[in-house]
Design a protein around this ligand. Structure first.
Ligand SMILES: [Zn+2]
Length: 373
C-alpha cells in the first residue's frame, strides 16, 4: 500500500520552509486519512511543485494523494507525465511505473497494473513496492498460484507478512471448496495453518470445509477458537455456531459451549448476550437476567443486548427494571459523547461557548466513540 510520503529535504527559502513544516504537521495526521487534511496536504504539495517544477518525489506524492482521494485519472495523468522527463534514472523510472501500477490497481478497472509492476521490476529488481503491487494485482484477480509465489518472496524479507500468505492460501482453499475440489481445498487450508495460526479468515474457511465434510464437532471447535481469538469479530461466528447447534439438534448444548468460552474470556459481551438469549429459549429467566447484566457490564454500549434485555423485561412486565436499563444506557451513551468543532476538529466533553482553538461559533457536532465488546 502507499508508503509514507517523502518530504522535501532541501530548503531554498523561508517560504519553502513554511510549506515544509506545515506539510510535516499535515503528514503526521496523514494516516487518519481525514478528508479535510488530505485536501490541505494536496494544496500544500500542489503549491510546492508549482514553485519547484523539477521536483520528482513531491510530484509522485501528489499523484499518490490524488489516488488515495479517488481521483485516479488525475493521479495517472500526473504520474505518466513524469515518465517523459529527460534523463530519469532507472530507479526513479521504476518508482514512477510502480505508482502507475497502483493507479490502475486501485481504480478497479479491468487492468490491474500488472504490466507496470513488471516493467518496474525489469528496471529495478527486488523493488519492494512493485513486488507488493504485483502480488495484489494477482490476488485481486483471484490468480492465487501467482499471488502465492510473490507473497512468499515478500515474506522472506518481511516475515510479519506471513499472515497474508496464510490468508491467500485460505482464499485459494475457499475457491476450491466452491469448485467442489474438496481434496485440494483441505490441502490448501492445511498449508494456511502451517504458515500462520493468526489469520481469522482461515478459521472461517476451515469451519466451512469441516461443515461440508459433516464433521460438526470439529466445525464447532474451530468456530469456538475463532470467537476466543477474535472477540471483537465474534458476532458472525456466534451466529454460525448457534445455527450449527440448531441444525444438529443439540441446541441444549449451545449454552455449555458458550459457558466454556466465557470461562476463559469473561469479558466478551456478545457471548454473554447470546447466552442470555439461549437461557430465554430454555425458559431460564433468572439465568437470562444474570447473563444480560454480564453482557452490559462487559460492554454498556452493546445496543443489541440492551434491546433484547428491554424486550425481555417488558414481556415479564418488569417495568422498574426496564426503566433502569434505559437510564443505564443513556448514562453510558453520555460518557462516550463529545462535541467536535466542525472547522478545526477539536473535541470537547461539554458543549463550549465557542471553540477554544479556532474561536468558531455554533460549529459543533455530536459524536459518540464506542469500543468493541
Ligand atoms: Zn475549532
Amino acid at each position: 500500500m502507499p508508503e509514507s510520503i517523502k518530504l522535501p529535504t532541501h530548503h531554498t527559502s523561508r517560504a519553502l520552509q513554511t510549506v515544509d513544516s506545515s506539510l510535516q504537521t499535515n503528514l503526521q495526521h496523514f494516516s487518519s486519512r481525514k478528508f479535510f487534511e488530505l485536501e490541505q496536504t494536496t494544496q500544500l504539495l500542489s503549491e510546492f511543485v508549482k514553485n519547484n517544477p523539477d521536483s520528482i518525489d513531491e510530484y509522485i506524492s501528489l499523484g499518490r494523494l490524488f489516488r488515495i482521494r479517488g481521483y485516479y485519472r488525475k493521479a495517472f495523468k500526473l504520474h505518466r507525465n513524469l515518465l517523459y522527463r529527460p534523463s530519469l534514472s532507472k530507479k526513479t523510472k521504476a518508482k514512477i511505473l510502480t505508482e502507475l501500477g497502483f493507479d490502475y490497481l486501485e481504480s478497479q478497472t479491468s487492468d490491474y497494473g500488472q504490466d507496470y509492476f513488471e516493467r518496474a521490476l525489469g528496471l529495478h529488481r527486488n523493488l519492494e513496492s512493485a513486488e507488493e503491487g504485483l502480488f495484489l494485482s494477482y490476488q485481486r484477480r483471484n490468480q492465487y498460484i501467482n499471488a502465492i509465489t510473490w507473497i512468499k518472496k515478500i515474506c522472506k524479507r518481511h516475515p510479519e507478512k506471513k499472515s497474508t500468505l496464510a490468508r491467500v492460501y485460505a482464499e485459494l482453499s475457499l475457491a476450491q471448496l466452491k469448485n467442489k475440489q474438496i481434496k485440494q481445498a483441505k490441502k490448501s487450508i492445511k498449508k494456511s495453518f502451517k504458515v500462520s495460526k493468526e489469520e481469522a479468515f482461515s478459521f472461517l474457511v476451515r469451519a466451512q470445509i469441516e461443515l461440508h465434510e459433516k464433521q460438526n464437532d470439529l466445525a464447532k471447535n474451530t468456530l469456538q477458537s475463532f470467537i476466543e481469538k477474535w472477540p471483537g469479530y465474534s458476532l458472525f461466528a456466534l451466529k454460525k455456531l448457534e445455527d450449527l447447534h440448531y441444525e444438529t439438534n443439540s441446541y441444549g448444548d449451545f449454552g455449555n459451549c458458550l459457558q466454556k468460552i466465557l470461562a476463559h474470556h469473561p469479558n466478551n459481551s456478545y457471548v454473554h448476550h447470546y447466552l442470555a438469549n439461549h437461557h430465554i429459549k430454555m425458559k431460564k429467566n433468572d439465568a437470562a437476567k444474570t447473563s444480560f447484566q454480564e453482557a452490559l457490564h462487559a460492554n454498556p454500549h452493546n445496543i443489541h443486548a440492551v434491546e433484547d434485555y428491554l424486550h425481555f423485561c417488558l414481556d415479564l412486565k418488569e417495568i422498574d427494571l426496564a426503566q433502569s436499563i434505559v437510564r443505564g444506557f443513556s448514562l453510558a451513551l453520555k460518557s462516550k459523547r463529545e462535541f467536535e468543532c466542525l472547522s478545526c476538529k477539536k473535541s470537547f466533553a461539554h458543549i463550549p461557548k465557542d471553540c477554544t482553538r479556532c474561536m468558531g461559533w455554533n460549529t459543533f457536532r455530536v459524536r459518540y466513540r464506542f469500543e468493541g465488546p
